[in-house]
Design a protein around this ligand. Structure first.
Ligand SMILES: Nc1nc2c(ncn2[C@@H]2O[C@H](COP(=O)(O)OP(=O)(O)OP(=O)(O)O)[C@@H](O)[C@H]2O)c(=O)[nH]1
Length: 394
């Protein structure tokens, strides 16, 4: 792999000139039905319109919630507020390890020495939004009377059940069913995500069989107790590869009210700049908070995720003292950016751009979007950046 960092990786991005441009981001007229003339306006206006549209939707949703009209309408509805995750599972299944590796950057090998959890442990990750996590010790799974259910579950967005496939997972499935039934009856809006964990210990063909068996058993048992309609998501995970970050990305995304706006912006950027795949990364945890609609391949995610690591390391060594970040974003200056080629033709390369302190845009560039079109790509990314900053400022 040949790095193509420009001679000054930290050079300010070119100042966008709001003029007609062949790579300009245009929104389909369906998005602009409400303001018919807006569909032919320049892209900065259209992004502003989209942001405003999203903000209005949010306000309307808030009003509706205040009047109680949307209460518990759909279990998987994205909730307002920060993502709140509760980790549950049997003893030694890997609850603490998952949290420490993903949110606290602990090396997977160091998880060998983690102490057992004996009480509810909470943590917060300050990022583009605050992500709250909590772990329920195994001793509290049996719902002892002293457990204050309301305090534990009322604010949760998702319960992540860690199921250790290297252990006796039938017992874990029985507890999972009990918990799911309890949540379906009392807190139907909480998402249930099952991490079929420690798959690194299984052979390739056995991995998929185990995954299918667990999923089938859970679905069958839920049907037997009359909760066949309860939606449960399953992921194969291991802390020793990228699978845990990918799974956590999907869990967090389901809880982000900003997701539709981010996806629309990324889809538009990809189609306009011929980008093969675009990810919006949370720079510190390396989970991706949004991606475009094209198919996701684990390999693309792995390359981009490793690249975030490299850029962050380089930034820490050669980084710059930023003055006011918000001002920098508005000025279009002092934004970190870099590129790396993945093949000899130079057609496939990765483009990285800092959105703000916490978010980074990583794009796998496709054919027809060669590095000499860089100025145009930068211009479009600047528009996306401004729109994203506004989305998170609501
Ligand atoms: N092979 C493998 N081992 C893992 C993985 N995740 C965690 N472990 C190991 O599993 C063991 C238990 O992990 P913990 O995180 O302490 O599990 P826990 O569920 O928090 O344990 P308690 O708090 O005691 O209930 C540790 O030795 C970890 O190194 C994984 O993905 N693969």
């Amino acid at each position: 792999m040949r790095t193509l960092f420009s001679e000054n990786i930290l050079s300010p991005a070119p100042t966008p000139v709001p003029q007609q441009n062949p790579f300009e981001l245009l929104f389909p007229s369906t998005l602009s039905n409400a303001s018919s003339s807006a569909s032919v306006q320049s892209s900065p206006n259209q992004h502003e319109w989209l942001t405003q549209h999203w903000q209005n939707q949010q306000r309307a949703e808030n009003d509706a919630t205040n009047y109680g009209s949307t209460a518990s309408s759909a279990p998987l509805t994205r909730r307002k507020g920060n993502p709140k995750l509760l980790f549950m599972g049997l003893r030694k299944s890997g609850k603490s390890s998952v949290q420490k590796v993903v949110f606290q950057k602990m090396s997977p090998a160091d998880t060998l020495f983690l102490e057992p959890t004996t009480r509810i442990e909470k943590a917060s990750l300050q990022s583009f939004v605050t992500i709250d996590t909590a772990e329920l010790p195994t001793s509290l799974l049996a719902s002892p009377p002293e457990l204050d259910h309301h305090a534990v579950f009322s604010n949760m967005g998702a319960v992540i059940w860690i199921l250790d496939v290297q252990d006796d997972y039938l017992t874990s499935i029985a507890s999972l069913i009990e918990t799911t039934v309890f949540l379906a009856e009392h807190y139907p809006r909480i998402n249930i995500d099952v991490f079929i964990h420690k798959i690194d210990g299984l052979s390739e063909e056995y991995k998929y069989d185990t995954f299918r068996e667990v999923r089938q058993r859970v679905q069958d048992e839920l049907s037997d107790v009359g909760h066949a309609d309860k939606s449960v998501s399953y992921y194969q995970t291991s802390i020793f590869d990228h699978s845990i970050f990918e799974a956590m990305s999907k869990v967090v995304q389901k809880l982000l009210p900003q997701l539709p706006a981010m996806e629309t912006l990324l889809n538009k950027l990809c189609s306009t700049c011929r980008i093969q795949k675009a990810y919006l990364f949370d720079t510190s945890s390396k989970i991706y908070v949004a991606t475009d609609a094209s198919p996701t391949f684990l390999r693309d995610y792995e390359v981009c995720s490793d690249y975030v690591d490299v850029v962050v390391d380089i930034k820490q060594i050669y980084g710059w003292q930023q003055r006011d970040k918000t001002q920098a974003v508005e000025d279009g200056g002092e934004i970190g950016e870099s590129m790396v080629t993945c093949d000899h033709s130079g057609d496939t390369y990765i483009y990285a751009r800092e959105i703000n302190d916490h978010l980074s845009l990583l794009c796998v560039m496709g054919k027809g979007s060669s590095a000499d079109k860089r100025v145009l790509i930068d211009y479009n990314v600047s528009i996306l950046q401004t729109a994203l900053v506004k989305v998170f400022r609501v």
